[in-house]
Write a protein that binds this ligand. Sequence first.
Ligand code: NAD
Ligand code: ZN
Ligand code: ZN
Length: 348
Amino acid sequence: MRALRLMNWKSEPELVEVPKPTPGPGEVVIRIGGAGACHSDLHLMHDFVDGALPWSPPFTLGHENAGWVEAIGTGVTAVHEGQAVAVYGPWGCGKCARCRLGIETLCENPISAPIPGGGGGLGLDGGMAEYMLIPSERFLVPLPDNLDPFAAAPLTDAGLTPFHAVRRSWAKMTPEATVVVIGVGGLGHMAVQIIKATTSARIIAVDPKQAALDVALDVGADEILKPDEKTAATIREMTHGHGADVVLDFVGSEATLKMALASARTLGDVTLVGIAGGAVPFSFFSQGYEVSLQTTYWGSRPELVEVLNLASRGLIKSEHTRYSLADSAEAYVDLAAGNVKGRAVIVP
Ligand code: NAD
Ligand code: ZN
Ligand code: ZN
């Protein structure tokens, strides 16, 4: 079968021929129905060097996947052949306190996981291929009847990550609150919908790209802004001088972090999701009083069930640009150039 593989750090992925996987005991092979291209894959291709992560290339890209069960190994009982499933991407040990709660992103015994700190498309073979090996039925979530794998794939990361980030600040997203979403690409345009579906807070979307701002307005943003040196001041003006109750930064550069801190209201939350690698000084006076600054990483399995439920009820939906596996390398070129609407989803 064909697979888009990252062969080395600091390189572009290559479409190559690899053997079709077969499931061992407890394992499942799925036929991919959709594999999302995440901006994190661009960071993997361009920003990492040997030793920076506990795993390294070569591996097949794609950590945002859904498909149909193709074959099951002995002992698998939770799914059956032909069933439509989403893949829960962060693969932990399954036994530690965090994994038992379904928070496998924060596994505390990663040495016993299928791969320490990774998953399919992150050190192990991912979904940019015709078939994908899943090491445990625990990593599969059955899809609701009205959700197909193509629609579900982006929900497993571009949906799940913002859901987790939004959920942590739900208490501050009151009806009179303002939430700023910086970067309304694959993750950010889902964040707008998740805020809209689960709160009545006012939403301001910030992005330099008009096409991304148009999508944000379409999916529920109340106001849009192109970033410049005055954005934080503009956000204060739009909020009677107070600032935003919650700022979600889906870029994470020095400029966006500065903007986020300068825009936040006292008692507000600033949540860093994007991994552009920016840094800002943190001190008593570097932001308004009692502003919390936090990072978030992906999401839990129970949260993925909730995200699929929101989509099944028509409350959230990933915009997508569709690519074939033959054109999958092109998807990343377009993503890097900022030319993808919503999420790029590869369909083998
Ligand atoms: P994307 O390329 O689809 O979207 C990024 C958006 O940010 C684009 O619309 C772009 O125009 C916009 N942007 C760029 N510079 C900006 C600026 N200065 N101000 C405002 N907007 C700006 O990327 P994505 O797949 O949505 O990923 C977003 C980020 O989140 C990436 O850094 C990715 O690695 C990271 N990520 C983090 C997690 C996590 O668990 N923390 C999970 C997935 C992705
Ligand atoms: Zn991702
Ligand atoms: Zn664990």
